[in-house]
Design a protein around this ligand. Sequence first.
Ligand code: SF4
Ligand code: SF4
Length: 531
Amino acid sequence: MKDERAVRIRDISKREGRLIKISLSDLMPLPSPYDKPELEPPLTEPKLDWSSNYVTELDGYVAIDIPWKPRSKEEEEKLVKRFLEGLRKLTSREGNWTFLQPLLLSLDYCAKCQNCAEACPIYVASGRKDIYRPTYRSEVLRRIYDKYILKKPGVNVELNALTILRLGELAYRCTLCRRCVQACPLGIDNGLIAHEIRKLLSMEMGIAPTALHERGTVLQLKVGSSTGMNPKAFINMVEFMEDLIREKLGRRIKIPVDEKGADVLLIHNAGEYISWPENPAAYAIILEEAGVSWTLSSELVGYDAVNYGVWYDDAQLARIAMKHIEVARKLEVKRIVIGECGHATKALLVVADRLLKDDYRIPRESVLPMLRDIVKSGKLNLDPGRNNFPVTLHDPCNIVRLTGIVEPQREVLRRIAPMFREMEPHGVYNYCCGGGSGFAIMTSLNFPEWRIKVASRMKFRQILEAFRDTIDPSIPKYVCAPCSNCKGELRDLLTHYRATELYNIHYGGLAELVVNAMVDLKEPYVDFTVQ
Ligand code: SF4
Ligand code: SF4
């Protein structure tokens, strides 16, 4: 039988058929207790009628859930033409104001040493399938660029419609975690190349997953949040959190909203309000106790730190980032603090630097160093004994590897969680949760199966290994994930494997653990009830 792992670069252009089929027996084995086959839910096949609209010819999974397959020869030619025009723009100074230099440097040369492959959780977890090597999609784009833009002779790639369709899907088989970049002796950024392919598709061809664009950026700009929450619903949510706080703390706290001249504008990922309101409520308690001058905003987009453009489209990224800055300027705050959200931290702290000028350069920071300073200041009366259960820490790629915020969250945990243990590897060598780059919110068709089975597999292994000595279901365990997106992925991951129900493994943010350790709390803040 043909070894399906051996897929050559030129196979991307095959006129028909699927490049690979994933089976459970290929995937990286999971450790105990998930080494028993009956605990591994099976894989499914794509529905037959999907192939007329969506691209199932890569690995059978569909991330781009809008119909974009050409239906005639003319449409195929048009697709190729638009792709090449987009690539020309993407590789020109005028057309790419964000990442032109690192893109061209990454396309320039690859030593093909494959150091990056073993660093990639997707490649390793898939059972080392060639198409998931960090270099596979990069080499396809490199060859197209060399042959069709630079007109180099003898380059072995054929640009047809299926090359583009498969490459488009393949750009969504990378979480943009950039772990491979650290392993590359030449500093080639294969994650960036995946990002730039997404950008080309979105900005030049109007193709992006609906969760990121239609139900993401477009909805956020229209109603105020990608969750669909409008300003009125946000105010209701604030009142709900005030009730929640009174219930837990035994007294009422007034959460400041639209306080002009406050020191800090705190912007959470609005997904927190919908799915984990105990996280923003915990920050309200902590900031009140610490006497910080702070506020939330109820203005359109001002209460949602989400900026999905960072994953697929620079123009959309710029629109949201400018809105965040405008809200802060209007409120005349001294700085913007981004709550526990990795991609929002990347968007506003790092990438936005490339577009903000002059007095738009308001100081922007992550909430984690501020939380560390508060905990260390002694302003909170904390008893670590209240967190007397095993805790491990997930490092969100965009906060830790990208921004370099590694120690603050650990300094907090060392003070408040006596049974804290690291995952291995951790810090800047962490593995992505599997939900990075938008995957956690991409729930269409069969994509969730791929992200849980392949993209999150390494994280699940790390969690099980971190709790190896306490896997006994009678012991509640807590995966601390200071990122809204990562929490969404952990929720789906633990649900898929019934890990909460069977082994008492829970997840949550960092601020919740801090509040849980507060001495004057009436009720435990962290809830280990199994639904
Ligand atoms: S960025 Fe992460 S997921 Fe993407 S190729 Fe590199 S290591 Fe793999
Ligand atoms: S580690 Fe760098 S040079 Fe080596 S194969 Fe990967 S991208 Fe190419």
